[in-house]
Every structure is written in C-alpha cells, then in structure tokens.
Design a protein around this ligand. Structure first.
Ligand SMILES: [Zn+2]
Ligand SMILES: [Zn+2]
Length: 357
C-alpha cells in the first residue's frame, strides 16, 4: 500500500492535530477493597455494559474515580476499550473542545466501526466533533451543515433563544492554524455551534425562515455579508451527495467558512476483521492531476474518471479525486482505473517527496 498511497499534509494538518492523549485513560485506582457500584452491583455485567455504553466518556471517567468495581466495569466495556486503544487523539480533541459529554460511548464507537461519510457515503477519514459523525474532506469543505459558527452568529442567523441554546452542543475552539475550504488562524478560544445542528433545531420548531431573513436585510438589521452567509446556512442541502454531481450554486459558493477545520479530527476506522484503517489518498490521482495541469493528458484520457452525468469542471473533478480518501480495499479496487496508479510501481524512486507527506 505504501507504493500507491500518501497522506496529504495540507489535509491532515489543516484540522485539529492534538497530540495530547485522552486523560480519561489515566485513572488513579482507589485502594478501598469495599468500594462498589451500590445497587448497580446486583446487575449482570452484560446489563451494566448496555447501561454504561449509553453514557459519555466524562461520566465514565467519573465512575472510574468512585470505586474499583467502576474501574473494572468501565475498562471491560468494549466501546470504551476500542476508543481508548484506537482513537485516543479524537477523545482528547473532544475533551479539549468540551464536547465529550455530548456523545455516548456507543455513538462514538458506532462511528469508529463505520467507514462511510455520514453526509455522502464515500470513505470518511475524519470525525466531525459536534455531531460525532464520520465525514470526508469534500463534505467538510462544501457542506455548510458541517461548518461551525460563533454562538452570537448562530443566534442571529437561526433566531436561537438562550433556552434553545442549552440543547445545542457548544464547542470551545482550540487556537491554531486551520485549512479546509480556506485558511484561518485563530489565537483566541471561541464558542462555536454546528450550523446543521442549529438549523435542525429551528426548522423543527419554526419552519422556513427565508422570508424573515429577507425582511431583516431590508430593514438593515443584518449586513449584506451576513445575509449571504445566513442564506447559505439556511438553504444548503442536508446531504452532500447532490453537491458532488453539480457545480456549487452561487448561493452555496457565496458562503465563507471562517472557522474551517476547527471541528474535525482524523479518525481511524476499525474494520470487521479488527484491522485499523487510517484512510489512503491515491498517489496516482495526484500525478494525474499534475499532468492534467501540464496539459499532457487529454479529456479522452481522463473521461473514465469523471462520473456521468456530471456538470462539474474536469479540473474540480480531478482535484476532488486527489482529496478523496479510500479504505485499503477501495484503493486496491480503484488502482486499475487510475491512469497513473497503474504505473506507480515502476516510478517508485521519483515519488519519495510525496510519500514523506
Ligand atoms: Zn462526504
Ligand atoms: Zn488514483
């Protein structure tokens, strides 16, 4: 696989790259042999596991601090064990962003065991922290439903009240440099909300807001920039599959992601055979794009790589291929169709610069 794949630094490092391991794994053991779980001790281990799986990691770590029996039950919980073993950095990121208490161990574990982006169905090498959903780079870049915005902006855009705000996961950003749809650098910690989660809440409670948005602009209560941002946030499709088959509309394109990469983290996938897949980016597709830009490939050469019907520009389609992660099995299936993927073995010495990425 090393011959055919690389991990693009601009994609991986453009998101949360915390190196701190999850503090929840380092629990001091209580010495009292009499410590127990009280009434819960009467329950069989299977039932305790079913109950504990519905708890979040913060609560589980509190239970571990109460008694020896708590430590034993939590540490034997498959959802806990797998997340600590395979995704400690994702847990650390959830802790640092104060989102840990919003997701059950079962929800995070379900994301660990699935490989598909929950927006479009392609391989998803990232975890979207506010929703605990697996996602891909394309959707992080183009689906405003995965974007995050400051609490004040969310309140203005979706008319969220303070009591509604209590039901939404509010994350605390980690200062640093990020890059997905654009590049941003933030030194301050910000309170951010997921656009899709906010939209779902208000759509359920109040219906369509578009006419009200127009009125706000007419009255001068919001700026022109905010009008276009809010319009994109309120009207973007909840699924990204549709976005992949057409050019972005001016409405979608007008939105600017000022907090890109701040709510996602690389996330491994644990396969049915318990192998750990981090996602592979095809080196052949990268070389194909370079040759396309150098005009050494024709439309005919690349036509089989472009989905049909498709109205997106060839440049965009080929660029999307370089950004698309695949499982090891998907990459092996893709290589025979990949123009430069087929010849990677014979080109190996000249590719070392890419493999260092
Ligand atoms: Zn996707
Ligand atoms: Zn390829």
């Amino acid at each position: 696989m090393r011959l055919f794949a690389f991990r693009p630094r601009y994609i991986i490092n453009g998101q949360i790259t915390t190196t701190k391991v999850a503090a929840v794994a380092n629990v001091k053991r209580k010495n009292s042999p009499a410590s127990n779980l009280g009434d819960l001790d009467a329950l069989p281990l299977e039932l305790l596991h079913a109950i504990f799986a519905m708890l979040d990691f913060k609560t589980l770590s509190h239970i571990q601090r109460t008694c020896l029996r708590g430590i034993a039950v939590v540490e034997s919980l498959p959802q806990y064990r797998d997340m600590i073993e395979h995704a400690p950095k994702a847990l650390a990121a959830l802790g640092q962003t104060q989102l840990l208490r919003h997701h059950s161990a079962a929800a995070l574990h379900a994301a660990l065991l699935t490989s598909e982006c929950q927006c479009c169905g392609d391989y998803g090498p990232f975890l979207h922290l506010p929703t605990a959903r697996r996602c891909c780079f394309f959707c992080l870049e183009n689906s405003t439903q995965l974007w995050v915005i400051p609490v004040s902006q969310a309140k203005s855009c979706f008319n969220i009240t303070n009591s509604q705000l209590k039901h939404l996961p509010v994350m605390l950003s980690i200062p640093g440099a990020y890059q997905v749809r654009g590049s941003v650098s933030r030194n301050r910690k910000l309170r951010l909300i997921c656009v899709g989660t906010a939209r779902e809440l208000v759509t359920q409670e109040h219906g369509d807001f578009m006419s009200e948005l127009r009125a706000k602009r007419t009255d001068g209560r919001i700026s022109v920039k905010d009008f276009y941002q809010y319009r994109a946030f309120r009207s973007s499709p909840l699924s990204s599959s549709e976005l992949k088959l057409r050019p972005l509309s001016s409405r979608e394109n007008s939105a600017i992601d000022e907090y890109c990469g701040m709510a996602s983290v690389p996330f491994p996938h644990v396969t049915a055979s318990l192998a750990v897949d981090q996602g592979y980016w095809c080196l052949g597709c990268q070389l194909t794009l370079q040759e396309w830009y150098r005009r050494t490939l024709s439309h005919e050469d690349v036509s089989h790589l472009i989905p049909s019907p498709c109205t997106r520009r060839v440049d965009d389609q080929l660029r999307d291929l370089t950004r698309r992660a695949r499982s090891s099995a998907e990459l092996l299936e893709h290589l025979p169709q990949c123009i430069r993927g087929r010849s990677l073995e014979t080109m190996e010495p000249s590719l070392s610069c890419w493999r260092k990425m």
